[in-house]
Each structure stands twice: as structure tokens, then as C-alpha cells.
Design a protein around this ligand. Sequence first.
Ligand code: NAD
Length: 377
Amino acid sequence: MPQRKSKLGKMISIPNELAMNTFEQMIERGHERICFHQDPQSGLRAIIAIHSTKLGNALGGTRRWHYATEADAIYDVLRLSEGMTYKAAVAGLAMGGAKSVVLLPRPGLAGSESEARAMGRFVEKFDGDYIAAEDVGVNPQYIDWMALETKHVMGGEKVSVGGDPSPHTAHGTLNAMKAALEHLGKPVDFSGLTVAIQGIGHVGYILAKILLDAGAKVIAAEINENTRKHASSELGLEFVENDKALFASVCDILAPCALGGVIDANRARTLKCSIIAGAANNVLDDPDEDAAALKNQGILYVPDFIANAGGVIQLSGTYLGLTEAQIERKIADIEITTTQVLKSSESMSSTHAAAVALANERIAAGPMATQEQVHAR
Ligand code: NAD
């Protein structure tokens, strides 16, 4: 079983991270705060984790998910919120990183107004230190229900602002793919390329459409039958039987756009793609180990928190009062940042290590440096 030394000096097996107590995990990842809440009327059980407010108030989506155990939910919210800190820093946003999860009693349970409003009241207690937004299982309607109870939420359409960030995320991911092609010395032209997308949800669907329009061949895996039917009839999208078949496919670019933890060092050895660039958060099971394994396999991995930053740029940018042009510029800049990280990774263990180094550099420089960078454009 793979082991690594934790920052607390313990040797831990990777899956046993789940067994670390919450304080140990917080110290290991550098979290500021984690807060649990239950609301008897709506049945809400939720956790908010703030990883860092060093660059500003912390924005991060609310994920509604059925977790097998409470430990899984804690692990997920801590991991996701840490990623948000890096994502905002690398995107040059004066924002911190946080995330929240709503623990569903069964898979696929639709969000109700009473649950969303209870979640809104929970978010309100942070008085703006935490700003919620969409993630898996949450749509603009849910955000608008939350917004009836708090102004610290982004991504609704009627009560709050920002709208669905998914189109911005999809465009940002495309920009990351362009940089990866260029880095490999290939033409930045999608016609004739095969892109394999896992998950044809909010982001995956738009990404598939953009790539098809650009002339790419897109193959996909999606577990939801209705989504598959819709994408087949609307886009003519070709589906393989399941993820296993998708990950075994020969393709130029693999774009994970479902959930995290889909690539580990073992799977890395079986992949038949040249580039991995997708929208999913926490694509790698163990980022340090797996990103190095991908490098050894000659697969160019664009760190998830760079490739999928388009949505957070849109929502944070709106929250910070950036103009539409500044927001668009920053989403376009994902291509430049990706290029910079891929270049600097050549002398490092992996692209993930290079991206974390850039994030830490920006966090150390502080919020003023980030703001100056934005207003200089
Ligand atoms: P979504 O829930 O709309 O879509 C996910 C899709 O993946 C669903 O259609 C689901 O059925 C499918 N899926 C789940 N497990 C699968 C599996 N094993 N194989 C194949 N398909 C599977 O979510 P989304 O908003 O499109 O986000 C997708 C990913 O991108 C998530 O990891 C999310 O955290 C991340 N992300 C999204 C945004 C955004 O703007 N929406 C921004 C940054 C990151």
C-alpha cells in the first residue's frame, strides 16, 4: 500500500488519510476552520471548511452528495477547499479558498427550498468570510433559495448574481488544452483530434459542444441515461460503455469532467492519451504521487485547479467588482498560466508540484500584489 510522510511526521497509507482525525487533517492541509451544522426542520446536515483567507474572503461551491461515511465527507470538503485556495491564487484572484458539502441521506435526492434556505442561514453565520457557489448537485435555483437567507452566495439568476459558471469553466478548460497542445509542439487545432470526456454534465456538455464545433472527435462516458440520450440526440455524441472503456480508449486528450479521484498511479500506467485536461476537481487520487507517475509515463497533466478555474474567475470576478472585459481576460489568461506552469514543471517532479509552487508564491506575495496584477490588465 503506498505510504507517505505527513507534515506531522507520521508515515500514513494514503487510504488511511480518511482515518486521520479532523484536526490532524486540518493541520496537514493548513486549514483555518471547519464547521458542522444540522437543521432539524429541513434535515440539512452540512459542513463548511475554510482553508485560507490570506488572499481575501474565501469562495467555494456547495456540493450536495451522498457520502458512504461522515469521514468521507470531511475528507472531501477539506481536500476541495484546499484546492480552491490554489485555484484562486493561480488565477490571480484576491480570494481565499473554501468549500461546503451537504450530506444527502440517499443518492440523487433533489434539493428542496427548505434545505437550501437552511444552508443559506448556515453560510450567513460566517458573515462573508465564506461565499458559497454551485458545485455538483446544486443549480442556480438552489443558489437563489440560499440567497433568500444570505447575500454571501454567488451563482443564482434571480435573487443572487453570477449565473451558472459552467460555460466559463468549459471555456477555461479549452484554453488549458490549447496551452498543452502548444507545449507538446502540436498545432493548436482541434480538428482531427480525439477528446475523451468523462461526465457530460453542466461543464462536460458545453465542452463537448465546443470541441465538436472545433472539429474534434469526441467520445464520452456518462452514468446518467437521460443525459446520454439528450447528448446523443442534441450533439450526436458518441458514448462508450463506461468509464473503464473511456480510460482505455486511444485519444489525444482525456478530459475528466465528473468527480474526483479518477486517476491514480496504476491507472496512469494504462492510459493511452497524451494530455489530461478536464474540469473535475481533484482528478488525481494522490496529486503528488500520481502527477509524478503521469510525468514518467510521458502524459502531460494540466493541474485541475488551473484548467477548471473559469467558473471561479467568473463568480469571484463578479463578487470583486471586476468588469466583464477583465473577467474574460482572466479566463483567456488560463492559457498563459498553463503554459508558464508546464514550462516550469520541466525541472520539477510534476506539473502539480509546479502549480502548487506558483500558488504558494502568489499567496506569499499577498492580496495587494494580486489586485495590482488584475488592475494592470
Ligand atoms: P454535473 O453534476 O453537472 O456533471 C457531472 C456529470 O458527471 C453528471 O452528468 C454525472 O452523471 C456524471 N458522472 C458522475 N460520475 C460519473 C462516472 N463515474 N462516469 C461518467 N459520468 C459520471 O457537474 P459539473 O458542474 O458539470 O461539474 C463537473 C466537475 O467539474 C465536478 O467535479 C465539479 O466539481 C468540477 N467543476 C465544475 C465547475 C462548474 O463551473 N460547474 C467549476 C469547477 C470545477
